[in-house]
Design a protein around this ligand. Sequence first.
Ligand code: PAF
Length: 290
Amino acid sequence: MENTETVPVVRTVAALRQIVKEWKALGHRVGLVPTMGALHHGHLSLVDEIAEACDKIIVSIFVNPAQFGAHEDLSKYPRQELEDRKKLKSTKTDLVFAPEVGEMYPDSFETVVSVPKLGRDYEGVHRPGHFEGVATVVSKLIIQSYADTAIFGEKDYQQLAVIKKFVKDLDIPCEILGGTLIRESDGLAASSRNVYLSPEDRKTAGSFNKILKKLIKGAEAGGNLRALEKTATESLLDAGFTKVDYVAIVDKDTLIPIDKVNGEARVISVARFGNTRLLDNMAINPDKPD
Ligand code: PAF
């Protein structure tokens, strides 16, 4: 009997394509929201955003082993598919695609999609091989689903830039949207990894966005960008973060560090509690109206 409490799921590319072909025959525009599950309100808002541009929506749930390093949290990454499919019932999601690892990476699989320059710094330094894993799986998901549009949260700003780049370079006929970064009530960026934080760390984590906001004020007022990055790093450590992987003021498209803010730029940052890495980023825009 059909389960009316959850969004239906398919687990094979053949079953996914069969459904999508029927939608396309009816002239529907298909949207894809790739996720690794453990859905929070940030993911649900991606569904709401893509619903404005698409008639049918697929959410993929796949914890992609190829994007985890040897010492990362692949085995303990939260997996709660049934709960996720129940949450999606309150959204406009039509179908969940939740393949097994063997469906995505059969034994004979060997192709890698790489964006070497844009993926080299920041996350590329701290998570070697990560963006190759992301680019490869996202290419597959887009091709498997024939998606017209796909959306990725702006929280993972470098990931979004890497995805836009290979989609453009490879002429993949899919529009890529950046989804609004969703924050908790204290300003911490919503993330599936926030569940790893102890109650004490969770309190400190709220200071992250406040420290970045201060940096932005300084940058928009014409302050020295390297000095602002250094002050923000020190403030994060003073607040109780155990390590700061980077705070960088960069060009919003190339992610190359800039010396002067001319028009819109971006601050991207990762601060840690132990092995838990929290990502944040914000626009710097001296020309915006008050
Ligand atoms: O951002 C994520 O959750 C993942 O990197 C993605 C895009 C679903 C690819 O596995």
